[in-house]
Design a protein around this ligand. Structure first.
Ligand SMILES: Nc1nc2c(ncn2[C@@H]2O[C@H](COP(=O)(O)OP(=O)(O)OP(=O)(O)O)[C@@H](O)[C@H]2O)c(=O)[nH]1
Ligand SMILES: [Mg+2]
Length: 460
């Protein structure tokens, strides 16, 4: 019997060692649960463990797929971005190597003191992030993986050009001082990165923050895979700051989850009333054709109070966790789709510049004043059939083409005559970069999907 016990202990240790490495366990969330949970009034964490399965290590193939993605980006997409100054387009989606290799961002935002930070602490079984009844979080805080607890200054986060947060440097010193990172040894953070944000306080003026808060928020919204907008049912005042935030969230409805948090603090009947009130105040701000999902519940570690609808809260929590798990499981497919979508945009841009250039070259032979020709074409691209030519020759939907006004502006900073035609970029041995880009869109990027699917069958 004793031997049998020793064998079980040994096997358990071997498995743990394989999962966490020889230097001991990286995360010890079970310790508190076994001994103290009941006495501290904490609820069990089995829902989180069962749904997120974060002990499963990252598949080694994941790194390979990401490396392939970086290779395709650098070899087939980046040269066309550079050749046609894609990054000068105001409507671009900027892609960097750092972003390709980054983990999905899970963003938490909403009014102050609604429980955003508590929610992150709860998912990670920690109390390291400061929470409080008054406005508490004053910084945009990245919570990522480290082998031991570590604080990182905003200046360090933005300084590494190979890392995903470097584009944020453009928002200035005022912002960088309000930006920071906390590294924790939690296995969930090997798969996603959480970002906590300062709560929205109505009637506060933008300039009081000392940095372009809305622009920074927009950057995080644009780069997040999942956005939790957290509300407190006891204070549902929707003011102008929140309205601005919802304007910024437009188009991201499928990524948004509205959380009616702290539902344990009010009676079930009251909760129904608050639910209705929330919808009422948010209705004008929400896209009714694709309204975001709304979940209720209590996302902190404490037991639900008596006489509250704990069964409902548990079901809602499972749905929230499943959404989070979907992001984790589909992270590679999503990333491939994102890069492919980016490649499609770069292709459309290159084709448009090429068509503007071709039209300019034909028209200038009829008119002697080259500046006049340029002016006419840039101001009346429709009269010169530029957009029509691109859609018909290359089988592109007119709805995918950017507004001509954008190109009028683009060519004032990037003179048309300084670009080479697509054909001029082709070399006898090197071939044509447009062909490489098209191969990436039609073959190489979709070609990575089978290896991802193969992975998910094994252990992703
Ligand atoms: N009753 C109840 N209280 C909660 C719950 N979650 C958080 N709280 C409390 O609500 C207060 C605010 O929590 P925080 O996590 O600091 O809220 P926040 O949204 O990050 O606040 P800011 O950083 O100021 O924007 C704290 O006193 C928490 O203890 C919950 O599910 N139920
Ligand atoms: Mg907070």
């Amino acid at each position: 019997m004793k031997l049998c016990g020793q064998f079980v202990t040994y096997t358990l240790f071997t498995i743990l060692e394989q999962v966490y490495g020889r230097n001991g366990r990286e995360y010890d969330s079970s310790k508190a649960s076994a001994r103290n949970r009941d006495t501290l009034g904490l609820r069990p964490r089995d829902l989180i463990h069962k749904t997120l399965r974060f002990e499963t290590p990252r598949a080694p193939h994941e790194k390979l797929v990401l490396e392939q993605l970086v290779k395709i980006y650098k070899r087939d997409i980046k040269p066309m971005e550079d050749a046609y100054n894609y990054n000068y387009l105001p409507i671009r989606t900027d892609v960097t190597v750092g972003q390709i290799q980054s983990k999905p961002i899970i963003l938490f935002l909403g009014p102050w003191s609604t429980g955003k930070t508590s929610m992150i602490n709860y998912f990670l079984d920690t109390d390291i992030l400061r929470v409080g009844a008054e406005p508490t979080t004053s910084e945009f805080t990245v919570v990522g993986y480290e082998t031991s607890i570590k604080n990182t200054e905003g200046a360090v986060l933005v300084s590494d050009k190979m890392k995903e947060f470097s584009p944020l440097e453009k928002y200035g010193q005022g912002f960088i001082e309000k930006f920071g990172g906390i590294g924790l040894p939690h296995p969930l953070l090997k798969k996603v990165t959480f970002v906590d944000t300062p709560g929205i306080i109505e009637n506060r003026k933008q300039q009081e923050r000392g940095y372009p808060f809305n622009k920074v928020m927009q950057w995080f919204i644009d780069h997040a895979a999942l956005i939790f907008v957290v509300f407190d049912p006891t204070k549902l005042d929707v003011g102008s700051e929140l309205e601005t935030l919802f304007q910024q969230l437009k188009g991201k409805e499928s990524q948004i989850r509205i959380i009616l948090n702290k539902a344990d603090s009010i009676a079930s009947q009251e909760l129904m009333r608050v639910y209705g009130a929330l919808f009422w105040s948010l209705a004008p701000l929400i896209n009714v054709t694709e309204p975001p999902r709304v979940y209720t519940g209590s996302y902190w570690p404490y037991e639900y109070k008596l006489n509250t609808n704990s069964d409902l809260f548990k079901q809602e929590e499972v749905s929230v966790l499943q959404d989070l798990n979907d992001i984790i499981e589909n992270r590679l497919e999503n990333k491939i789709a994102l890069i492919r979508q980016h490649a499609v945009r770069v292709r459309i841009h290159a084709l448009l510049v090429d068509e503007y250039l071709a039209k300019f070259k034909t028209e200038r032979s009829f008119l002697s004043n080259q500046e006049q020709v340029k002016y006419e074409i840039l101001n009346n691209p429709k009269r010169f059939d530029i957009y029509k030519a691109v859609t018909s020759k290359h089988n592109i939907s007119p709805f995918d083409l950017p507004d001509p006004e954008i190109y009028k502006d683009f060519f004032t900073h990037n003179p048309l005559t300084e670009f080479m035609s697509l054909e001029q970029h082709c070399g006898y041995f090197s071939g044509c970069p447009m062909d490489d880009l098209e191969t990436a869109i039609t073959t190489s990027l979709p070609g990575l999907l089978p290896s991802v699917n193969q992975l998910s069958k094994t252990e992703l």
